[in-house]
Design a protein around this ligand. Structure first.
Ligand SMILES: [Fe+2]
Length: 397
């Protein structure tokens, strides 16, 4: 075991989380949590895949049996946009089939569905489009309450006070971060991920890993975030391969779901960095799913950041199960990059951006978009230069 090198509290750190229920079977808590908000009619927001797997119907049946009227909106697109939130909000307003608007939202699905639920809530109390509120604490009012149930293990969106939307007009993905964006409850049931396809499981798992890795070495890193980050990384190293190889492995699913929750906590406690900043332009321009974009970029970004904090990267290698005893600090730190590369290969993710349809000629154009994500760039352990970012894109191609 490497000596403890976690940074002491050099700056105040806060941890604001919604009420969390975790565990197999916890989906049944949705009735109590919705009742606690005082809502009598809720709109269940999801996508076609999750609806097709029967997960949204399960949640609706529980709610209806508990005396809560429900409607269904299942048209959330893979990468929700400013425009798609407006469409979803119109469905909320129409309140069909009950007449009149709903009084709460229940998001069921991956990050896209959860962020869309947040987008609807934002719009219930604020004028559109939601792009007006990109940035930190730009949201004037709190919308209707929302309860979130993730069906993938990765996004962490259920516990974060933020939502990411694609602004198709300006061709950029940006986030709304606000203390007024907090779920009334997060219900995290690993059994809801059993129907999640292997490819989505793999990409989501790498997203969770990216949250924890980036938060651990972030400028805003602190002992609270470090605790959750190292454990999230360890859990992904231990469980992701099995969760992808056999989706019905409930122990692996639970391990990944816990990793996802802890990764979400690290976003709240310390924030992410350059990898997320570089991933957003890929999602906007080439619709590379968020988790996949992070997975493809993460090794090169780690290699770029490595000189900024060798001891912490060495600890990450250890958390990923790499044998680091007897290695120099640099050699141990470099093992973390190789470990992530190998994990990506083992779970069947593509080996580079070229494999997901991104032309090499497009890479240079992503750099300004990545560097414009000030909230993430200023939190990166190494101050990113345009050259460095372009090099990392090229290495990931
Ligand atoms: Fe992410």
């Amino acid at each position: 075991m490497l000596p403890l090198i976690d940074r002491p509290f050099t700056q105040p750190a806060s941890l604001r989380l919604p009420p969390i229920t975790f565990g197999a079977g916890s989906v049944a808590q949705v009735v109590d949590e919705v009742r606690r908000t005082g809502a009598a009619r809720v709109l269940v927001v999801t996508d076609k895949g999750v609806a097709g797997a029967g997960v949204a119907a399960l949640v609706r049946d529980l709610l209806e049996a508990g005396g809560v009227a429900t409607g269904l909106y299942d048209r959330v697109p893979p990468e929700p946009s400013v425009a798609s939130v407006e469409v979803a909000y119109e469905a909320w307003r129409a309140g069909a089939p009950h007449g009149g608007a709903y009084d709460a939202v229940v998001g069921v699905g991956g990050g896209s569905s959860l962020d869309s639920a947040k987008g609807i809530s934002i719009r219930t109390a604020n004028a559109g489009p939601v792009s007006r509120y990109f940035g930190v604490d730009q949201l004037p009012a709190r919308g209707v309450p929302y309860v979130l149930l993730p069906t993938t293990a990765g996004t962490g969106s259920e516990v974060t006070a933020g939502a990411i939307f694609d602004d198709t007009e300006r061709q950029l993905k940006a986030g709304i971060v606000s203390s007024r964006l907090m779920a009334a409850a997060a219900i995290i049931d690993p059994d809801l991920t059993v129907s999640c396809p292997a490819e989505v499981t793999a990409a989501a798992g790498l997203d969770a890993l990216t949250h924890a890795l980036e938060a651990y070495v972030a400028v805003k890193a602190n002992p609270i975030a470090d605790l959750f980050a190292l454990e999230a990384v360890r859990l992904v190293g231990q469980h992701l391969r099995a969760a992808v190889a056999r989706g019905t492995d409930r122990a692996a699913r639970a391990g990944q779901m816990l990793a996802s929750l802890y990764g979400g906590v690290t976003i709240v406690a310390a924030g992410t960095g350059l990898c997320h900043a570089m991933a957003y332009p890929l999602g906007s321009a080439y619709h590379v799913p968020h988790g996949m974009a992070n997975a493809l970029l993460l090794p090169a970004v780690m290699a770029y950041n490595l000189p900024a904090d060798l001891p912490k990267f060495a600890r990450l290698a250890e958390a990923l199960g790499e044998p680091v005893a007897g290695l120099s600090l640099r050699a141990a730190a470099e093992r973390s990059v190789e470990a992530v590369r190998q994990l990506s290969l083992d779970v069947g993710l593509p080996s580079g951006l070229r494999a997901v349809g991104v032309p090499e000629s497009a890479l240079e154009g992503f750099v300004p978009g990545a560097l414009s994500a000030a909230r993430l760039i200023t939190n990166n352990p190494r101050v990113p230069t345009a050259d460095g970012v372009l090099r990392a894109y090229r290495e990931s191609w």
